[in-house]
Ligand binder design. Structure first.
Ligand code: SF4
Length: 364
């Protein structure tokens, strides 16, 4: 890691000139990452570039003080940089450092993932499903996604909640299951309209036992995982019954519900396929022969090694590939919280540079 420390206030022209000339003399135009630190060592910002020297020098060309680069530079007292074998390696390293240090300027300016939404299954008694913009960092929650079109998915989720009679109220709503008789008698609360019209089991008013509610949650999870269609079948059966009874207006309402859930099922099917497809061995040529091999499974780098040069290296890598890819994993749209950022990064990388797929090798 190369570093440059300013002994003076960072905003003066003289200090900026020292900083700039040190970068000019010391930094190379090759892939890498850099960090800006405050006087007390706080990592303020982490960035990456294909050409570290050019990128760092561009901070000094900000025309207006309110520009992002100017603001970061004004707050920093020290700049550190290190080189990586490739732009891809820089991207990964940047992500890891941001997750580790959570620099305030990265957090404030975070863009990645903000355009995506996820379906979150909360933890605790009577879990509920809701659409969120990104993981909250509570590891015990389950996330499905990412996907675009939060509004459309939100509508479909409402149908799923209604079909399975799951709650959609405040997360901190107090629950009184029917098998909690003592508590229930002590503190009965009024039910809401969803319970009255048969759209929620009513775990808040003893309308179901904890086990009954959990069974419905399991059905919702199976639906989102693509292994159970009962929510759709419920709507289809109701639609057909109403149609047979010549209640066409009400049948049309059920047809719309049915179609929304069908669309959600199709979207999650595509998502599972896309996540599963991000599983391969990816060889990336590096700066001056520093080639790297990344073993990627379900959109996450599980291991990275220098490209094997000898038969011994090749045997070691073969064993790693077997270990990583032979582990059973059922296709699911469920993504562990700690893997979401990397999944987004990898899918965005291969979308931006589709020609990179030529460097990948799928493992059967
Ligand atoms: S009936 Fe109770 S648990 Fe169900 S949505 Fe209404 S308030 Fe929530």
């Amino acid at each position: 890691m190369t570093s440059l420390r300013l002994e003076y206030q960072t905003t003066s022209d003289a200090q900026l000139a020292i900083m700039r000339s040190t970068i000019r003399d010391g930094a190379a135009d090759r892939p890498g990452i850099y960090r800006m630190l405050s006087s007390d060592g706080e990592v303020l910002y982490v960035g990456k570039s294909k050409r570290v020297r050019s990128r760092l020098l561009s901070y000094f060309r900000c025309a207006y003080p309110e520009e992002k680069g100017a603001r970061i530079l004004r707050s920093a007292e020290k700049i550190e940089w290190e080189y990586t074998p490739s732009e891809f390696a820089a991207l990964l390293q940047e992500l890891r450092l941001i997750k580790r240090f959570r620099p305030r300027y990265n957090v404030a300016m975070k863009r990645d993932g903000r355009n995506y939404a996820f379906i979150k299954l909360t933890k605790g008694a009577a879990p509920k499903l809701l659409v969120v913009r990104g993981p909250t960092g509570e590891d015990a929650d389950i996330y499905y996604g990412p996907f675009v079109g939060a509004l459309r998915v939100g509508e479909a989720l409402r149908e799923l909640n209604d079909a399975l009679m799951l709650r959609d109220c405040r997360t901190d709503m107090k629950m009184f299951f029917s098998d909690q008789t003592e508590l229930f008698q002590l503190a009965r609360t009024p039910g809401c309209i969803r319970h009255e019209i048969g759209k929620c089991l009513g775990p808040c008013v003893g309308g179901c036992s904890a086990g009954q509610y959990d069974e419905r949650v399991a059905l919702a999870r199976a639906f989102l995982d693509g292994s159970d269609d009962s929510p759709i079948n419920l709507l289809k059966t109701e639609m057909e019954r109403l149609s047979a009874e010549l209640e066409f207006e009400r049948a049309a309402v059920y047809r719309d519900k049915f179609e929304r859930l069908e669309a959600l099922r199709a979207q999650f099917g595509r998502l599972r396929f896309a996540v599963e497809n991000l599983s391969f061995v990816y060889t990336v040529p590096g700066h001056e022969g520093e080639d790297k091999v990344y073993l990627i499974r379900r959109g996450v780098v599980r291991a990275e090694v220098a490209k094997p040069r000898s038969s011994k290296d090749r045997r070691t890598m073969k064993q790693m590939v077997e270990d990583i890819f032979s582990q059973p994993a059922s296709p699911t749209a469920q993504v562990p919280t700690h893997e979401i950022d990397e999944l987004l990064l990898l899918s965005s990388w291969f979308r931006r540079f589709p020609q990179e797929m030529k460097r990948t090798k799928h493992v059967c």
